[in-house]
Structures are given as structure tokens and as C-alpha cells.
Design a binder for this molecule. Structure first.
Ligand code: SF4
Ligand code: SF4
Length: 91
């Protein structure tokens, strides 16, 4: 069910950012730049050694949903992401 309206009164359903898949995210920062609401923040990818070799799977930087309550559901982050790492919800 639409919960918002555009300027001309058309119904519009926001899609709020729920999560970012850290296995897909490459930390490029495009979504961070696209978001005008300050929802996103880069973090160090949690260290995960999920294979049997002896190498160290260093994580690097990934994006996190730091302030989900500030999201207006515009979807700009997802449109900027080549990896389609975002998951959205509607309310
Ligand atoms: S645009 Fe996509 S790949 Fe780049 S930091 Fe954001 S979620 Fe990660
Ligand atoms: S949907 Fe819009 S407001 Fe929400 S995190 Fe993405 S770019 Fe920011």
C-alpha cells in the first residue's frame, strides 16, 4: 500500500534500505555519495576465514546501514550500486 505522495499527489511507495550484503559489496562508496540522508557509513569488513586454506582473508572496507531510521526510501543507493548489494523493505 502506498504510504507517500509525490508533489503532484501521485501515490508512491518508498523502499527503505534494510541491509547491505557484505559478501557482494566492494566498498566503492557510490551509495554513500548518492545518499543525501546520511544513512550509510563505511566500516571495516568483519574478518571471516570460511575456507580451509591458511591465508588470511582480509576484509577491507564495506558499506553499512548506520542510521536506518533516517532513510526516506528513495532507492538512490541501489541505483548507484553495480553489485546490487542492497535489500529493501516497504512498510
Ligand atoms: S555502491 Fe554497492 S558495492 Fe559500492 S559501497 Fe555501496 S553497496 Fe558496496
Ligand atoms: S534509499 Fe535513499 S535515503 Fe535510504 S539509504 Fe538509500 S539513498 Fe539513502
Amino acid at each position: 500500500m502506498p504510504v507517500a505522495y509525490t508533489r503532484d499527489g501521485s501515490e508512491w511507495t518508498p523502499s527503505y534500505l534494510e541491509s547491505i550484503d557484505h559478501d557482494s559489496c566492494i566498498g566503492c562508496g557510490r551509495c554513500f555519495k548518492a545518499c543525501a540522508q546520511g544513512v550509510l557509513a563505511p566500516i571495516e569488513k568483519p574478518y571471516v576465514d570460511d575456507d580451509d586454506d591458511d591465508d588470511e582473508d582480509m576484509g577491507g572496507t564495506v558499506m553499512s546501514v548506520a542510521s536506518p531510521g533516517a532513510c526516506i526510501g528513495c532507492g538512490a543507493c541501489g541505483r548507484s550500486c553495480a553489485k546490487k548489494a542492497q535489500t529493501y523493505i516497504t512498510v
